[in-house]
Ligand binder design. Structure first.
Ligand code: UGA
Length: 442
């Protein structure tokens, strides 16, 4: 099959590369000329394990190409994926201008039937909007060409996107158009070998809402556990025992109940806020979701609050080591990362930071280009040398088993504040550390 994908960001690139990898001819489109030129040379704008290899072999096999040419993009295929960004506006609602622009691009140029597939995370009703933009565009040209607009949200996790795409839990398709259903069955067949039930068909609006429901429920689980960890902290109970105790109930399950220093990334914060905004626009006050969002905002301050407590509210002139900057391991993504809230709070209160992350250092400089109070160094051990305490934001694998003796002798004060509960509190105390983590007695 031939497929066009608008938007060469995270979703567009992963989708494009893997659809090409099973033998389709994919054209990825973006308005950013530099990005497209780089992609043609094999320079990938995001860090995603394994993605560069998949892109490279499909470009070499002539199954994957990149362009800014909209005439070529529309003419290339029947199946047109929209995977452009939907950034949050000031009130939290998703900004639809890029999705609308792609719909207009298609409407202004199409000469044959199209299946327009919305893969961006979009508010319920966006399919109707895209349909109308295309209808208006065709009417303005005096054309009558058949088309279907369908919803097909993506459920990829950054850092595990290739595996998630190749072996999906489910592929949700929102449409009542029989022909579009057939096209989707054919396109996704290689990803559902012996597992055709992976395709779940529903109405377009239900599909759009399914994406928000999934992310909001996952965010709810995390905020719930973070709230419980704060209660456990005050009671002297151990949230890790509580986690295992409740996770063993299959109705609750072990997944996504790890407490931490708050969820980040481009999806959960944005999608929870967008669903609250959609509810509000439809005269509904989403109280539970508002609480999920506000618990998360507070949780991003927990490490800093703990730090201030250990220093009697005075960190002026102190330097702190920070391990982990990305919002989670296996990505360089710093969007909504709790590390930034921590670091900015340290700066505001007169402290400085020496930080290390296995992959997000370049991205960090991009966020803080001229920040003199931020030093970025090449190894975890170099980070701690002569600093007043160590704070951990991200559970990168290489932080799991540090040389505790070396760590202790490098720190001015043997204080570790761990936002990801990486170590055994008893062992840390045995090694002479003051160890403060999330919801566990130290
Ligand atoms: C999330 C969803 O998991 C994907 O299914 C979805 O497709 C994607 O958003 C999206 O909408 O595009 P992602 O943002 O890549 O994926 O990251 P997650 O692995 O879900 O982690 C999100 C945040 O939750 C991270 O900050 C992580 O540290 C935090 N988290 C996760 C916890 O604090 N505790 C947990 O138990 C799990």
């Amino acid at each position: 099959m031939k497929v066009t994908i608008y938007g060469s960001g995270y979703v567009g690139l992963v989708t494009g590369a893997l659809i090409a990898d099973v033998g389709n001819e994919v054209l990825c489109v973006d308005v950013d000329e530099k990005k497209v030129a780089n992609l043609k040379k094999g320079i990938i704008p995001i860090f995603e394990p394994g993605l560069d290899d998949v892109i490279k072999r499909n470009v070499e096999a002539d199954r994957l190409d990149f362009t800014t040419d909209m005439d070529r993009a529309v003419a290339h295929s029947e199946v047109q994926f929209i995977a452009v960004g939907t950034p949050p506006g000031e009130d939290g609602s998703a900004d639809m201008q890029y999705v609308a622009a792609v719909a207009k691009t298609i409407a202004d140029r199409m000469t044959e039937s199209k299946v327009v597939v919305n893969k961006s995370t979009v508010p319920v009703g966006t399919g109707d909007m895209v349909e109308k933009v295309i209808a208006d565009g065709l009417a303005a040209r005096g054309q009558s060409i058949s088309y279907a607009v369908i919803s097909n949200p993506e459920f990829l996790k950054e850092g595990a996107a290739i595996e998630d795409f190749m072996k999906p839990d489910r592929i949700v398709i929102g449409t009542d158009n029989e022909q579009a259903m057939e096209v989707m069955r054919e396109l996704y067949a290689p990803f559902c070998r012996n597992r055709r039930d992976r395709l779940i068909f529903m109405s377009r609006k239900s599909s759009e809402l399914t994406k928000y429901a999934a992310n909001s429920l996952l965010a709810t689980k995390i905020s719930f556990m973070n709230e419980l960890s704060n209660i456990a902290d005050r009671l002297g109970a151990d949230i890790e025992d509580v986690r295992v105790g409740i996770g063993s109930d299959p109705r609750i399950g072990y997944h996504f109940i790890y407490p931490g220093c708050g969820y980040g990334g481009s999806c959960f914060p944005k999608d929870v806020k967008a669903l609250i905004a959609t509810a509000r626009e439809n005269n509904y006050d989403a109280k539970l979701l508002s609480a999920v969002d506000s618990v998360n905002d507070s949780q991003k301050h927990v490490l800093f609050e703990k730090l201030m407590k250990h220093f009697d509210n005075d960190i002026k002139g102190k330097k702190f080591a920070v391990w982990g900057l990305s919002f989670k391991p296996n990505t360089d993504d710093l969007r909504e990362a709790p590390s930034r809230v921590l670091i900015e709070s340290i700066f505001e209160h007169g402290g400085t930071v020496r930080a290390y992350d296995p992959v997000a250092m370049k991205e960090m400089r991009h966020f803080y280009p001229d920040e003199k109070r931020l030093e970025l160094v090449g190894t975890a051990q170099d980070t701690v040398d002569g600093t007043d305490a160590l704070l951990i934001n991200t559970e990168w694998r290489e932080f799991r088993s540090p040389n505790l003796e070396a760590l202790k002798s490098s720190l001015k004060r043997p204080l570790v504040i761990d936002g990801r509960n990486l170590y055994d509190p008893a062992q840390m105390v045995e090694h002479g550390f003051t160890y403060d983590c999330i919801g566990r007695p130290g």
